[in-house]
Design a protein around this ligand. Structure first.
Ligand code: ZN
Length: 197
């Protein structure tokens, strides 16, 4: 059984696997959306998913210690924290400054030469994870791997380091002018809005 088979039922049970007609951040339309926050509202699920990702990172590190987990806020906060708990690592998060640049704030410090993993809730293009990796490398941190609960890229996102995901999906999506749901007369909604799903 793959971890995808284990993870998707948890999304279904918690109402986090939304079925309907959605307008994604990319502008594409899709019949399905995974809302990680709805799973992670349950600390027991968050802990279990974090532990599963931590196991993957331990396999990838071949026994090398991983003292630091870094996540981009807001999406990566809860799952990154749970991965760090399971690894016995500390947890930090990055935020964007006014110019949109990924930064470490709040007095967070890293040591040149220490090893880290980068964790997000969902990887689509891998853009945010790549920005966090670049930032850590600027400080001399060695980024061992990156991970997410969901990989929405079908495994194609390349972040320049080995990657782990608990569920890898190729979610159907269409350009609005080609969307069959629009053609049937339904209106696409932003995931998470009140009438979604
Ligand atoms: Zn549509």
């Amino acid at each position: 059984m793959s971890t995808t088979d284990l993870v998707l039922p948890v999304f279904e049970q918690t109402g986090a696997y939304l079925h309907g007609h959605f307008r994604l951040t990319s502008g594409l339309h899709s019949p399905a959306y995974l809302q990680c926050a709805k799973v992670l509202q349950y600390p027991a699920h968050a802990e279990a998913l974090g532990r599963a990702l931590a196991i993957r990172f331990r396999e990838m590190s071949h026994g090398e210690a991983i003292p630091l987990v870094t996540s981009p806020a807001v999406g990566g906060l809860i799952i990154g924290h749970e991965v760090a708990r399971s690894l016995g690592a500390r947890f930090q998060f990055t935020e964007r400054d006014a110019a949109g640049k990924m930064t470490l704030r709040r007095g967070f410090e890293v040591d040149a030469g220490e090893t880290a993993v980068v964790v997000e809730d969902v990887i689509t293009t891998g853009g945010s994870t790549r920005e966090v990796i670049d930032l850590l490398r600027d400080y001399g941190v060695k980024v061992l791997a990156a991970g997410s609960i969901i990989d929405r890229s079908g495994g194609h996102a390349d972040v320049g380091v080995p990657r782990a995901a608990l569920a890898t999906l190729s979610v159907t999506s269409w350009a609005p002018e080609l969307c069959p749901l629009c053609r049937e007369g339904s209106v696409a909604v932003k995931p998470g809005s009140r009438n979604a799903g």
